[in-house]
Design a protein around this ligand. Structure first.
Ligand SMILES: [Fe+2]
Length: 260
């Protein structure tokens, strides 16, 4: 079974690329299941119900989020009702939404998706190691095909979690830094991993934001309103193959230029 994972979809440019290209990509690559990280879909911060519906309509089977999960006011009730748009597990336990989705691939096989936040520089209610075992167990009770989107800043945390889950999940895929790393690999226990799958959005930027604005904020320390950049659009992520037992057999980084 082939699974496509699209890394952080950023702003209008990233969303448009997914809407225009994802149906064709699914077809060309023979993808049976697609996970999209949509945490930067709404102007670079968070996602709205309308945009989540658009990404699902474009071919995402499950949408994962990240540290900007609550950036948009109307997302709480939507997450409370949604079975396919999930939030990180280790935000406050009283918040709406779920952190595990199980959905069918095109051949009917169930695929589980888990979303977690790292600790470094991110606002979390509990550490990811406190919640991950129960979540993985809950997922594996339903299917051996388990994809983890680990939304985190630190390479060390990402590599540690990938090693910790080796043999228990199909893949541990890092997101959040928006820079694709060159360490896609299959670990000894059969779990695929990449430290960061990259960004689906405008790469002529500072991780999605208009470069001049990001630089001005850093140079002056003054508040500067960020705008998503528009050019250098690339779809990034990974293409993953796995067997019926959920063991990864291949992982390839994906980079597709998308001239606007
Ligand atoms: Fe993020």
């Amino acid at each position: 079974m082939r699974i496509l994972f699209l890394a952080d979809v950023f702003g209008t440019a990233g969303r448009t690329a997914v809407e225009e290209r994802l149906p064709g990509l699914r077809e060309e690559l023979g993808v049976a299941f697609c996970v999209v990280n949509g945490e930067n879909a709404a102007d670079g911060r968070g996602i709205t119900p309308r945009l989540a519906d658009k990404l699902l309509a474009a071919g995402a089977d499950v949408i994962t989020l990240g540290n900007h999960v609550w950036a948009r006011d109307d997302i709480g009730p939507y997450l409370a009702a949604s079975e396919r748009v999930i939030r990180p597990a280790n935000v406050a336990s009283g918040s709406p939404g779920r952190a595990l989705a199980v959905a069918p691939a095109t051949d009917g096989t169930s695929v589980a998706v888990i979303n977690l936040l790292g600790s470094l520089f991110l606002d979390v209610a509990s550490g990811f190691f406190e919640v991950v075992d129960d979540l993985v167990e809950e997922a594996r009770a339903q299917t051996p095909l388990v994809i983890v989107d680990f939304h985190a800043e630190a390479t060390s945390e990402k590599i540690a979690l990938a090693r910790y889950l080796d043999g228990r999940v199909t893949a541990v895929l890092g997101t959040h830094t928006h820079v694709q790393t060159s360490d896609a690999r299959i670990q000894p226990g059969g779990t695929a991993a990449i430290t960061d799958a990259g960004m689906t959005g405008p790469h002529d930027s500072v991780i999605g934001v208009e470069a001049e604005l990001a630089i001005r904020r850093m140079r002056t320390g003054m508040p500067v309103r960020f705008r998503p950049a528009e050019s250098g659009v690339r779809i990034e992520g990974v293409v993953l193959d796995c067997d019926a037992e959920g063991r990864a057999t291949a992982i390839e980084p994906l980079r597709v230029e998308h001239p606007g």
